[in-house]
Design a protein around this ligand. Structure first.
Ligand code: ATP
Length: 363
């Protein structure tokens, strides 16, 4: 263990068998997770899956009932938050209204032994990081929401933590600002090389920023991988439904074929006959063409809806008891109208087949 501790780099985080219970509710259930130094890792999942509790245990606001948490190689169980060399940015960033931006950022350092002149330098450095130096003398009320959130970030970074914990820090911002801040956060993290652990229920947010995403379900990690893998090769129907959009078909498999309520899908799996499965096809993997032309991995249906999503067009097609969503980049959108007969087709490699795990995919 001593050897491992000396080899660990500053800023890596290891959770081993971490469990947290509230009464008879298990919020976090035997979690194992290693976060590398300098990594941007997101904890992603629906409300109640345990992501905030996990973050709060790393921060030291909660203690695990079982298991160990190591930061930079040393166990932090029982160590108070301010001794962990971590800092947290919350959704409600609560700046002090009567203090200036610079005083807000300096606040945490005032209680430490950092000399005054160094405090000044560090505040300037932290404000530079978030591109807010020229706002140093303003009060929070004179800042926009995005600017206030940047000050909250600067306040958390001024201590030079080796791990920054972020608990849905962008969810109070409007959509456009949130997307801008996603880009900024990712650039800032890459520049600083600080380990970021980011809690979110927003899959788009996790996909856009993370080196790896831990998709959580009922206090456990269901899949841990980079964005491309969780999106392109989800490990379960739960992950497939939570990340991105899907067309799901419940049915029965035999070999590579799924019979789903009058629709036959041919994938690339090899399943025991009679297995209850959910087949999934991404909306962007479905091609839509005018006219009727049935065949393998093709179905004929009626176009019932068209929506403009900006860069892409969304079509809703009804076929038998199935309602299928199709997404097509706008430049290649076919010329069709609601009520038209259309043919949908896809490749066998785009049919993902999962055991039916009882999960209700999130919208
Ligand atoms: P959200 O996005 O809604 O915050 P989450 O994934 O972060 O959800 P947690 O807040 O970690 O989930 O909660 C996990 C489970 O533990 C939930 O069922 C929650 O009700 C329960 N829980 C969390 N904190 C407490 C507490 N202080 N007392 C009792 N139960 C709690």
């Amino acid at each position: 263990a001593l050897h491992a501790a000396s080899e660990a780099r500053a800023g890596d985080v290891t959770l081993t068998g971490v469990t947290k219970r509230y009464g008879d509710q298990t919020a976090v259930d035997g979690l194992d997770l290693h976060i590398a130094q300098g990594e941007f890792l997101s904890l992603l999942g629906p409300s109640g899956c345990g992501k905030t509790t996990t973050l709060r245990m790393i921060a030291g606001f909660e203690e695990p009932d079982a298991g160990d948490i190591r930061i930079s190689g040393s166990s932090v169980v029982g160590v108070p938050p301010h001794r962990r060399n971590v800092n947290t940015v919350f959704q409600q960033y609560a700046l002090f209204p009567h203090l200036t931006v610079a005083e807000n950022v300096a606040f945490g350092l005032r209680r430490t032994r950092v000399p005054r002149s160094e405090i000044r330098d560090r505040v300037v450095e932290a404000l530079d990081m978030v591109r807010m130096r020229s706002f140093a003398d303003r009060r929070p009320a004179a800042l926009s929401g995005g600017q206030q959130q940047r000050i909250a970030l600067a306040r958390a970074l001024v201590n030079r933590p080796s791990v920054l914990l972020l608990d849905e820090p962008l969810s109070a911002l409007d959509r456009q600002l949130r997307e801008e801040m996603q880009v900024e956060l990712k650039l800032l993290q890459a520049r600083l090389g600080t380990t970021f652990v980011f809690v979110t229920h927003d899959q788009g947010e996790a996909l856009s920023m993370s080196d790896r995403i831990a998709v959580m379900r009922a206090g456990r990690i269901e899949q841990l991988a980079d964005a491309d893998t969780v999106y392109g090769s989800p490990s379960s129907a739960y992950v497939a439904g939570f990340i991105g959009r899907q067309n799901f078909f419940s049915g029965t498999a035999a070999g590579a074929t799924v019979e789903a309520d009058g629709l036959t899908l041919r994938g690339t799996a090899d399943l025991v006959a009679g297995t209850a499965v959910r087949a999934a096809i991404r909306p962007e993997a479905v091609r839509l063409a005018p006219g009727e032309d049935a065949g393998e991995n093709r179905i004929v249906g009626r176009l019932v809806g068209i929506s403009h999503l900006g860069e892409s067009m969304q079509y809703i097609v009804e076929s038998g008891r199935h309602s299928i969503i199709v997404l097509t980049p706008r430049p290649s959108a076919p010329s069709v109208r609601p009520g038209d007969a259309v043919t949908l087709s896809w490749a066998a490699s785009d049919v993902a087949i999962f055991p039916d795990d009882g999960a209700t995919p999130a919208p």
